[in-house]
Design a protein around this ligand. Structure first.
Ligand SMILES: [Zn+2]
Length: 444
């Protein structure tokens, strides 16, 4: 067998395994056009600098590339725009840019091959794990050599609950538009008195490293719970690895670069709302879209989405002693804190800056990766409707951080599985540092 045939066979096996593992609820078994897998053959990922000059001349570069050339915005901030462009639009998009004296840097020449390599690498490293199955291998099949489907993540959560029945509780806090459960795990030795920390991942579907990191954090907490220091054992932990299960599964089966949830729109053919623009804070402001076809569509009203409402209601009931809200995203390698919806710092910004800088320092020591600690609006631009801002504004949570995990654009969302472990360790380092800053609960 040639190497190419071998690769192809592995991919086919993987695709078959993926489709059988992802049985959809029965109301979804009909195949429609939205379920034909989206391919990105020879689509390129561009980084475009100096867009602010064009913006001053009222040319919204990202929006134009999105609407006229079918571009897919990966990241947009004060310094640059990362956007993917399909093969058949490359030429036109390029001449549009040069008309505005912009010259894209090519980050990837073929996004589909990045996606294929990500899949292949994961299969190879996890088949090695399965081949040498050890006594220790978890029932759920969880490991951090590859990304997992929702069912594996949920069975890992159930496994943790059954191993620690006295301190772990598993909540189903709601259902998605497609009928999937929204699950949160609570770990606590003293739910009445402990200070609380909330951790979530997977708000944005395509940011696969986020659920991988949050499940790793769960593993780090529980693999040696008895010997955790007081500032960790003395807290109540709420952990939601996948806030957007519909989007996550869709990104696994159909469109690797899907960002939003999957709720159907009444007004348009397009579906999905950007959950991180849907929270009730600065909802009507900058940084989100009123167009249901946009990747940053804010929804028809604040908290219009089931996922947003489930999380907001769950947390509102538990805001007493809620000290920290940590939300994991990718990419960019940053630890940022409010505000995002307006160009103002929170009044205790110096404390938040100190703790995030310390986390960044520790990460650098541990893995050699550099993270930037900063105020959100200064590095990511102004955007309303974020869960982070909401937790501060509505619940008064102190340590509110959004962590943008690896990388800085070499692979973007399609981060190869070999980087999962170290990246997850970086996420864990942030958690440890924040827990230390909170200090032990008085009752602990
Ligand atoms: Zn995100």
């Amino acid at each position: 067998m040639t190497q190419k045939t071998q690769l192809l066979m592995l991919l086919l096996v993987a695709a078959a395994a993926a489709s059988s593992a992802n049985e959809l609820p029965s109301n979804l078994t009909q195949l429609d056009a939205n379920e034909i897998p989206q391919r990105y053959d020879e689509a390129q990922l561009w980084r475009i600098y100096n867009i602010s000059e064009a913006m001053q001349q009222r040319v919204p570069v990202g929006q134009m590339l999105e609407q006229k050339f079918g571009g897919n915005i990966w990241k947009e901030n004060s310094k640059f725009l990362d956007i993917s462009i399909a093969r058949d639009q490359l030429k036109a998009a390029r001449s549009f840019l040069s008309a505005h004296r912009l010259d894209p840097q090519i980050l990837s020449h073929n996004i589909q091959s990045m996606i294929d390599e990500e899949l292949l690498e994961g299969i190879q490293s996890s088949s090695f794990t399965l081949g040498s199955r050890t006594k220790k291998a978890a029932r759920s099949g969880m490991h951090w050599k590859d990304y997992h489907d929702l069912e594996t993540i949920y069975s890992f959560m159930r496994e943790i609950r059954s191993k620690f029945p006295n301190i772990v509780r598993l909540y189903t806090i709601g259902q998605t538009a497609e009928g999937r459960d929204l699950k949160v795990l609570r770990i606590s030795e003293n739910p009445r008195e402990n200070k609380k920390v909330w951790i979530d991942g997977g708000i944005h579907a395509r940011e696969w490293i986020s659920p991988a990191t949050v499940t790793f954090i769960l593993y780090q907490l529980m693999s040696d719970w008895e010997n955790q220091p007081a500032h960790i054992r003395g807290l109540t932990w709420y952990i939601m690895p996948v806030m957007n299960p519909d989007g996550y599964e869709y990104s696994r089966t159909t469109n690797r670069l899907w960002r939003k949830n999957r709720s159907p729109s009444r007004r348009a053919q397009c579906s999905g709302v950007d959950l991180n623009r849907n929270f009730d804070i600065g909802w009507n402001g900058y940084g989100s879209s009123t167009n249901p076809c946009s990747d940053t569509y804010r929804g028809s009203s604040p908290a219009s989405e089931r996922e947003t409402r489930a999380v907001a209601e769950f947390l509102a009931k538990r805001k007493y002693n809620l000290e920290s809200y940590l939300t994991f995203h990718s990419y960019g390698q940053m630890i940022v804190y409010p505000w995002a919806y307006k160009a103002v710092k929170v009044k205790d910004a110096s404390v938040l800056q100190r703790v995030s800088s310390l986390a960044a320092e520790r990460i650098l020591q541990k893995t050699g990766t550099s993270y930037r600690a900063a105020v959100t609006h200064e590095v990511l631009g102004i955007a309303g409707g974020g869960s982070d801002d909401w937790s501060r504004a509505a619940l008064g949570v102190k340590y509110v951080y959004t962590i943008e995990l690896r990388d800085r654009g070499a692979y973007g969302f399609v981060l190869p599985p070999r980087f999962i472990k170290d990246t997850a360790l970086e996420g864990w380092t942030v958690v440890e540092t924040v827990a230390q800053a909170i200090g032990p609960s008085s009752a602990a």
